[in-house]
Design a protein around this ligand. Structure first.
Ligand SMILES: [Zn+2]
Length: 215
């Protein structure tokens, strides 16, 4: 069965079973409408919810995040004026600076959580969701890639980096005249759009669609 629109129906495999995570009761996975939730008939625990948003919203937010990610890396984060000496810094020059000062572990960590993991997560999402949305088809190895997407999520820590920037800005404010760059606003927006993307993405729906779609 193919699903061609974000809200279109898709098949849930007949044999799909689900176990309650609280009391281990096993039963056939119910077919939910958007906004509905499945509760365990024995203990009442909420097993999963079908979110109101569809693949269209998830894809739109992933695309927004990708544009913001490019802006956040292409422009300077901050311009500092310390006693007439002007210095501009971007995310990647900051990572290079950390490395050149000998903090290679911290520079590697910052590179992974602020650059590599968010970019990889967005690209994996496109790889899985675009063929499903456009053709109702599963891209090669899409199941594996979607598992990676879920594993990458905790490592994409744009919000922690944003907090670090804000602390640095507050501490430097007395010493230097600071001008926020385009990248700072882009990074703050990226943090919001990635959080919204996580909230909108319905993993149960994606797994069901991946199972129902052909290669
Ligand atoms: Zn239960």
């Amino acid at each position: 069965m193919t699903a061609r629109s974000g809200m279109a129906e898709y098949a849930v495999a007949e044999h799909a079973l689900i176990a309650c995570h609280d009391c281990d009761l096993l039963f056939r996975k119910p077919r939910l409408q958007p906004g509905q939730k499945a509760c365990c008939p024995r203990c009442g625990a909420v097993l999963f919810r079908r979110k109101r948003s569809g693949l269209d919203q998830s894809l739109a937010l992933a695309f927004t995040s990708l544009v913001l990610f490019m802006l956040a890396n292409a422009y300077p984060l901050l311009r500092m004026n310390i006693a007439g000496r002007v210095q501009e810094g971007s995310l990647l020059t900051g990572i290079e600076e950390l490395y050149s000062q000998g903090y290679w572990e911290i520079s590697a960590l910052v590179f992974v959580v602020t650059f590599l993991a968010p970019l990889a997560k967005l690209l994996c999402l496109f790889y899985v969701l675009l063929p499903l949305r456009l053709f109702g088809r599963r891209a090669p190895k899409a199941v594996l890639v979607f598992r990676w997407t879920e594993l990458l999520s905790p490592w994409a820590m744009t919000e922690v980096f944003m907090l670090g920037i804000l602390v640095a800005v507050v501490k430097l404010a007395d010493l230097a005249a600071l001008t926020p760059g385009i990248a700072l606003y882009s990074f703050a927006s990226l943090m919001v759009s990635m959080a919204a993307g996580d909230a909108m993405l319905d993993e149960h729906e994606v797994w069901d669609r991946l199972e129902a779609a052909g290669d």
